[in-house]
Design a protein around this ligand. Sequence first.
Ligand SMILES: Cc1cc2nc3c(=O)[nH]c(=O)nc-3n(C[C@H](O)[C@H](O)[C@H](O)COP(=O)(O)OP(=O)(O)OC[C@H]3O[C@@H](n4cnc5c(N)ncnc54)[C@H](O)[C@@H]3O)c2cc1C
Length: 403
Amino acid sequence: MSINLRGKDPVIIAGAGPIGCTFALYLAREGIPVLMLESEPELPEDLRASTWHPPTLDMLDRLEITEELISTGLIVPNYQYRDRRTGEYADFKLADLGDATKHPYRLQTEQFRLTRIICRILEGMDNAEVRFSNQVTNVSQDADSVTVTVETPDGSEDIRGSLVFGGDGANSAIRRKASIEFEGFTYPEKFLVATTSHPLEDHFPGLAWVNYIADPDEWCVLLRCNNLWRVLFPTPPEYTNEQLLSDDYIQTRLHFLADKDGDFEVQHRTLYNVHQRVAKNYRIGRILLGGDSAHVNNPLGGMGMNGGIHDAVNLCEKLMIIDRGEADDDILDLYDRQRRIICKDFVQSQSIANKKAIEAKDPEAHKKQQAKYMEAAADPKLALPFLRRTSMIDSVRDSYEIQ
Ligand SMILES: Cc1cc2nc3c(=O)[nH]c(=O)nc-3n(C[C@H](O)[C@H](O)[C@H](O)COP(=O)(O)OP(=O)(O)OC[C@H]3O[C@@H](n4cnc5c(N)ncnc54)[C@H](O)[C@@H]3O)c2cc1C
């Protein structure tokens, strides 16, 4: 199959989420014509991802947007694993990663900050177009092109492209229309995220801006995002959405975490289904998947969006190799192998393990896990490999070693 990225048909991107946007900007900066189709009338103000790992910041730096992204958020030099009952905590210092990255810290900022930055840049480029209220509903391909069907306010339209990238999230129309299975499972419980301006740091001595707080009865994750705390809790599967989103329920959960007089001011509350799924293929001919369309995982460790950005960059690098005439389209199967295998072997297994560790009910298992974190944090020989793994530095390196 011959792929001409500079012909009359653009590269089509379904979805202007963080992964579609990264993919679009990378190719647009290389002079490739791109057309991004977003179903919403404007960029969604999505509050899901907030944690950006060092290799992701390094990659976005190649697109010259890391500095601006950092200016929207909070640099987090350390993160902690806490035992809610004893107050003990393991403190991991990301400065130890100084030799492995230009950005030895986590950035805390909402995922929509990236999409806004990128769409603004794309708007100023002659070879890039972003269309809103364009919902992709179908895709087909022949030997020379793909055809993407979109529903727009003016009716239905078929658009030809040199290839299509499904950046259209977990319910991807591209993935479904290409009949690609999404193998895995969905957890019975939902995760609740509540955002509060209350200074939770007053309740926990030495609180870092990112915390995984284990407790046999009620674990949670605390993430600082700009001047707010986001608290992520698991919820009982037998409760209705209405009950879980009620003031009563949220106030009770927050008071259990940090008791205080009166109600917490709660700015946002959202419930999320939690899945562990990986697409059976990331590539079929001219149809490519990346980000949540290709894989979803629980958010413990902050690896969904980060891993998706690593997909987008890996794929763009290979497309540019094809563009330079240095490889044929078989190299896209290498993208599929590298990113799908690393997702299964690392992101899926690590996120499942993170959830098991934080929710351990057996007091002995719980104590042992906390002791392991404390030992690793206290010993530089153990801390460095731990930080390299949890910051996704190793998974990026390992993915490129897959043949
Ligand atoms: C509570 C929570 C916290 C999280 N925290 C983190 C974190 O800290 N770090 C991390 O790395 N990950 C995190 N994640 C995961 C992260 O949010 C996702 O991995 C990320 O949003 C995936 O980006 P995406 O661009 O692939 O998909 P999405 O962000 O879902 O974007 C898809 C885009 O496509 C559009 N779209 C959908 N269907 C169509 C269609 N048919 N046609 C056109 N457009 C369409 C949508 O409107 C959307 O704009 C978290 C997830 C949750 C639930």
